[in-house]
Design a protein around this ligand. Sequence first.
Ligand SMILES: Nc1nc2c(c(=O)[nH]1)N[C@H]1C(S)=C(S)[C@@H](COP(=O)(O)O)O[C@H]1N2
Ligand SMILES: [Mo]
Length: 375
Amino acid sequence: MQNPILNPPQKQHQHGDYSLSEVSLANRNSGTLLETLQHDITPIGAHYLLNHFDVPYVSNASDWQVTICGQVDQPLSRSLEEIIRHATQNSLARTHRVTLECAGNGRATLEPRWPSQPWQVEAVGTSDWFGMPLKYLLQETQLASSAKEVVFYGADKGVDAGTIHHFARSLSLADAMHDDVMLVWQMNDQALLPQHGFPLRLIVPGWYGMASVKWLNKIEVIDHAFTGHQQTGTYVYRKDRGDNGTPVTSIRVKSLLVPPGIPDWSSRKRLVKPGIVPLVGRAWSGNGVPIVKVEWYRDSEGSDDQWHIATLEPSKSKYAWSKWTANWHSTPGKHILSCRATDACGNTQPLTPAWDIAGFGNNAVQQVEVWCEAF
Ligand SMILES: Nc1nc2c(c(=O)[nH]1)N[C@H]1C(S)=C(S)[C@@H](COP(=O)(O)O)O[C@H]1N2
Ligand SMILES: [Mo]
């Protein structure tokens, strides 16, 4: 019999009930609790998780080595201890508040859906990431003039679509040298948790999460375009299987609201009393582009509404989400609440998802079902 791990059947889109493998992925890769959108910084442990393979076991962080190889005059190896000492002695260490979102966020709301981590809306979070701009490490070696891309390897290894590989992603040399791309060893003032990349990861602000390689232990400078599985086999926007596609890069404009009132345990539908219901949520976009407008909408059976302008608190950090608030005068009955953000480049969220075969980049508006009744 053929080994099904190395000779997997082609993935097929799914309708209806979730498969056991999707449920297993959902159990491993938790989403942010939407009520924590109240916090400027997602509490540690409530940040969403996306791990393709197993979390590497690291017993001693100070032994952690990063090698830089490929198109460099001389390969270089640095321990995390040396990196931290270099950053501290030269005042290179800094904190960036960054909103991270998984490119697959929203995948499960597409019909039919791609069998993968079945995110609805919850794969987003904001942290204070502490470390050093990556460029200072790259500058410790002489890059060859042929250097074109920089590939970042994680210590985690597994199989996807029959291909055995370490999780690895590349950036163009220019993107890798960008001031804001960070080598990170702390999250919210404590060491990275094992599942968030302990002891060292990359943070690429403004990009979807796949670029922020965790458990970083190898950096390879190459003179061609990287074709690893996580670069070209996935994280590419495709309308159909034959499509060459375009790489997934920066985050698309998006917003969420904290579901108001109280939830029903199993359906997560909401119950509110008639009257003023405060609404609060977050809005963000990619590449450090600020949010300029958030609107909210109430779709109630038998009555028409319009988009209302919410109050927007501008973000204090370039790459972090903004908070928005509004007051809803709720009336008895069933309502669907939505919010919609617009960024400074004029991008706004669509009402229905754009089709993508693997459900990437879905920034369609969230829909929250709320029942209003005196109780
Ligand atoms: N080494 C490694 N890095 C990785 C991943 C991974 O599976 N392995 N997942 C990526 C993806 S798809 C996302 S969305 C982010 C998630 O980061 P978090 O789990 O810390 O929220 O990590 C990225 N970095
Ligand atoms: Mo992701």
